[in-house]
Design a protein around this ligand. Structure first.
Ligand SMILES: [Fe+2]
Length: 541
């Protein structure tokens, strides 16, 4: 056994011991006591590694050291989630039914909200679903989006999250907690188990996948509310057909539920009282965080729209919108319509509402657009959906050239060149049997993207492109990629080995300032405790 293999073996043994200790403590009814059980304190305090903007090692292309110790935490027998598997597509059929035969979300949400209101009345908690977190003038949060695949790409993010968890008051999950269909029974391996060492409560906004079971799993595990599972109650032949085809939510037994909850049952991990509803406002120190529920189709019902206007304008604090559908993504505005008129973006831009940022999941990468408004304010529009699921390509984001934000101010992770290089490897593996015909090096991919969009590569200089590399890039990169086969390519080319290009945010707010950092997660052993800062911005007030 050479030195490298020895180190690898020691690393695996240490990780296995730690996780066995956790499983034993949970089995004995005792939750894990501290995230320090999982992490190396010295490594946690080390400076962040160089980012992908600075070095190939930062991206995970070189000096990776293989997968980190997260690998041994992936539940034994986990089959990587494949979006090409017919059973997965069939389980997700409620999406098609909602789009083609009528969306039952608003009616179902109304029923959930009635239950949530009744509970708020009975317990004397705030009727507008507001609650508090953090200290009087400070709050720190972790934010991750689109987490719930339950395979390696989700577990790979956890050590880096733990390394950034000091003094954090809560974690926020922005949409799609559970793939493919939000099922209650999937919460063990896709929610409780991966985050069992995260010593903070988790709040969440639901995404479209969480709605594929009528939101039952989300409401049970996140809001602790239950209701009978029923198919949609539409009228006419559409209603009849959707009732026949609708996939009704699964249920879990009380003992399964108890065992799942025990995995995250330390006092510091629970919100008491629980999250009041799928939409909510958090008074978090100097900020108000407003979480909305955009259902399956990315819209708001009229009642939620009125609630959003109320909680946004009734409080003077700077605000952050948390959503399952980003308002500006892939260079396009998606204002999120509200039934009865207006949009979420209208409210976000209203000076009386005082929003400083709008952060959304749904698209599985990181994007930031600092939008300049005519009145001189800047609102940070952020996509943060790289928290665990397959990666959406960034090389298909066109050059950002909008009247209110330019390419020079735009940031994304992974870099477009790294995204193209990673996809080219996957194409090569699947379509050219790994012979290298379609594979591009990171430098070639960055040079091609630079040529295509009229930009200098962010990292390093342009390299000459040979005929083969140019042909491969032309085949793989086509823009725009919103139609036909390419629309599904990101899902089809899911992978679970480094570099993974996952990401999450850490938000720290004090009396006069908010600081937001985006941490990149390659999945490499060398950087799992020192995730690089891929982007950073601050807002002062
Ligand atoms: Fe998603």
């Amino acid at each position: 056994m050479d030195e490298q293999q020895g180190e690898e073996e020691a690393r695996r043994r240490r990780a296995a011991e730690l996780h066995r200790a956790i499983d034993e403590s949970v089995a004995g009814g005792k939750p894990p006591s501290s995230p320090r059980e999982f992490t190396d304190q010295q490594a946690r305090q080390a400076a962040a590694a160089p980012s992908s903007r600075e070095s190939t090692a930062g991206a995970g292309w070189t000096d990776c050291g293989g997968p980190g110790r997260w690998e041994s935490d992936v539940p034994v027998g986990t089959r990587p989630l494949s979006w090409l598997r017919p059973s997965v597509l069939w389980q997700s059929r409620n999406d098609i039914i909602a789009r083609r035969l009528g969306d039952p979300t608003d009616t179902a949400r109304q029923a959930w909200i009635e239950r949530a209101r009744a509970r708020a009345e009975a317990t004397g908690t705030a009727p507008d679903f507001t609650f508090t977190l953090g200290e009087a003038d400070a709050v720190s949060l972790l934010l991750l989006g689109d987490t719930g695949e339950g395979d390696a790409s989700q577990y790979a993010v956890v050590p880096s999250l733990l390394a950034q968890a000091d003094d954090v008051h809560a974690a926020v999950v922005c949409s799609d907690l559970i793939y493919p269909t939000g099922d209650s029974g999937d919460y063990r391996d896709k929610f409780y188990r991966p985050y069992r060492a995260l010593q903070m409560p988790i709040v969440a906004v639901p995404g479209n996948h969480d709605w594929y079971d009528g939101l039952h799993g989300f409401m049970l595990h996140v809001c602790q509310l239950e209701a009978p599972t029923t198919p949609p109650a539409g009228r006419g032949w559409r209603g009849w057909l959707s009732r026949r085809l609708w996939r009704v939510a699964g249920v879990v037994s009380p003992s399964d539920l108890e065992h799942m909850r025990r995995l995250r049952s330390a006092p510091g991990q629970l919100l008491d009282p629980p999250q009041p509803a799928p939409y909510f406002a958090i008074d978090a120190g100097p900020l108000r965080l407003v979480g909305i529920d955009t259902g399956i189709l990315g819209t708001l019902d009229a009642e939620q729209g009125r609630w959003l206007a109320r909680v946004s304008r009734a409080d003077e604090r700077p605000k952050i919108l948390l959503t399952g559908k980003p308002l500006l993504v892939d260079g396009r505005q998606k204002p999120c319509p509200i039934a009865g008129g207006g949009s979420v973006d209208d409210i976000v831009r209203d000076p009386a509402a005082n929003y400083v940022a709008a952060i959304g999941g749904d698209i599985h990468n990181y994007q930031r657009y600092p939008v300049s408004l005519p009145d001189g304010r800047t609102i940070q529009y952020v996509v943060s959906g790289g928290g665990g699921a397959f990666m959406h390509a960034t090389h298909q984001i066109p050059r950002v050239d909008l009247p209110f934000v330019s390419e020079a101010d735009f940031r994304c992770y992974p870099l477009r060149g790294d995204s193209l290089a990673r996809y080219s490897q996957l194409y090569d593996r699947r379509l050219a049997r790994g012979r290298g015909l379609l594979a591009l090096s990171p430098a070639e991919a960055a040079s091609y993207m630079g040529e295509l969009l009229g930009l200098q590569p962010t990292r390093g200089a342009r390299v000459p492109l040979g005929r083969r590399a140019r042909r491969a890039a032309k085949l793989i990169q086509p823009l725009p990629a919103t139609r036909g086969f390419h629309r599904f390519v990101s899902e089809a080319f899911d992978w679970n080995d480094p570099p993974l290009f996952k990401s999450f945010l850490r938000l720290d707010a004090g009396p006069r300032e908010l600081r937001v950092r985006c941490f990149g997660v390659s999945g490499c052993a060398g950087t799992e405790d020192t995730p690089p800062v891929e982007d950073e911005f601050s807002v002062r007030w």
